[in-house]
Write a protein that binds this ligand. Structure first.
Ligand code: NAD
Length: 132
């Protein structure tokens, strides 16, 4: 940022990033952290702790909340962590998602299980997060 650039609206804002342990979610979190955004990161994977530690080492204000975005009570904990630590939420990055390949000729039980996983994480998750 040059001396004449206006401050980024992300500086000092608070963002929740779901699925932030690896991949694009971790990259979104890092980019936001570098812009001065306060972060609450959520994931089901244990690697979340490493992602949080890395950002913490960079001086980013960051909290990690292990949790499953398909579970309303876990989403509630994530939002409560944002409120408790940073006073609210300004940005929501609904990044967590799963992909399950389920051909029509495959086992029915697997198809149902895949359907529940995809709907739970990819649809109910963003809906829960947006509603809180
Ligand atoms: N990578 C691509 O080329 C690409 C292309 C189009 C869209 N996307 C979308 O971008 C997003 C991230 O992609 P990616 O490649 O980094 O995926 P990824 O599978 O590498 O990472 C997804 C993250 O979400 C987490 N996650 C999964 N289920 C969760 C749950 N129930 N609760 C909390 N966290 C959960 C995983 O543990 C993982 O850390 C996804 O929404 C994906 O659909 C990716």
């Amino acid at each position: 940022m040059s001396a004449t650039s206006p401050p980024s609206p992300l500086h000092g804002a608070t963002a929740i990033v779901t699925g932030a342990a690896v991949g694009l979610g971790a990259a979104f979190a890092r980019a936001l952290g570098e812009a001065g955004t306060h972060l609450v990161l959520c994931d089901v994977r244990l690697e979340l702790a490493a992602s949080v530690a890395e950002l913490d080492d960079l001086g980013v204000a960051v909290v990690g909340v292990p949790g499953d975005v398909s579970l309303p009570q876990d989403v509630q904990r994530v939002v409560e962590a944002a409120r408790a630590r940073f006073g609210g939420v300004d940005v929501l990055v609904n990044n967590a998602a799963v992909f399950r390949a389920s051909p029509p000729t495959g086992p029915w039980a697997k198809g149902l299980d895949d359907f529940e996983a995809v709907v739970g994480v990819n649809l109910r998750g963003p809906s829960c997060s947006g509603g809180r």
